[in-house]
Design a protein around this ligand. Structure first.
Ligand code: ADP
Ligand code: ZN
Length: 210
């Protein structure tokens, strides 16, 4: 199955991508994680992306399209994949079509802006492995330590309050049009984000029929 997860920043795309990934044994591909890894390693792409990411803007389409082309060509994508956080603009969605990628379904996880702000401000990520936590909804066992690798948990720079508002603005302006884009193509599945992560997962898997 070839899936896209749509939704505002903090809608829980990453968490749900992991659930689907476990269930269907297909890789979850997050451009956000790929970009953060590149920034951590100080590659040229990482250096280029950093100022955009830190200010809450989108990284230019050509950078993203290159990442995705390369990643989808890998062997583990043969039986399907979940795209988490990409496409994020109509140009990226069109590029996927031009590449001949046949998407089966696009899941839009809908969450209100108020909830987004609450969620993102509590988000913590592992500085070592990138695992995601939340002070209220998904706390780590030890304070500020990753359950998976014991790495230090930090607040992402782009989860600071002013940047959160900018990311939401960007989402409404550039990414939300993809909801109609995929509705017109008959691929859209809407899942209402629930208070509990597990409830959203259950609805999502139900709607995908898996
Ligand atoms: P979130 O979904 O919580 O915003 P991501 O980890 O998906 O977080 O993305 C973090 C940042 O990386 C975005 O704010 C953006 O700057 C950049 N980014 C990730 N994916 C894309 C994309 N497909 N197109 C443009 N920029 C992207
Ligand atoms: Zn970790």
């Amino acid at each position: 199955m070839k899936l896209i997860l749509l939704g505002a920043p903090g809608a829980g795309k990453g968490t749900q991508a992991e659930v689907i990934c476990d269930k269907l044994a297909i890789p979850a591909i997050s451009t956000g994680n790929i970009l953060r890894e590149a920034m951590k390693n100080g590659t040229e792409m990482g250096r280029k992306a950093k100022s955009y990411i830190d200010s809450g803007a989108l990284v230019p389409d050509d950078v993203i399209i290159n990442i995705i082309k390369e990643r989808l060509a890998a062997d583990d994508c043969k039986n399907g994949f979940i795209l988490d956080g990409v496409p994020r603009t109509v140009a990226q969605a069109e590029a996927l079509e031009e590449m001949g990628v046949e998407i089966d379904k696009v899941v839009d996880i809908e969450v209100s802006d108020d909830t987004i702000v609450k969620r993102l401000s509590g988000r913590r990520v592992c500085s070592a492995c990138g695992a995601s936590y939340h002070t209220l909804y998904k706390p780590s066992a030890l304070p500020d330590r990753c359950d998976r690798c014991n790495g230090q948990l930090i607040v992402r720079k782009d989860d600071e309050p002013a940047t959160i508002l900018e990311r939401l603005r960007t989402y409404h302006e550039l990414t939300e049009p993809l909801v109609d884009f995929y509705k017109e193509r008959g691929k859209l599945v809407v899942v209402e984000g629930q208070e509990e992560v597990a409830d959203t997962s259950r609805l999502l898997l139900e709607k995908l029929g898996v």
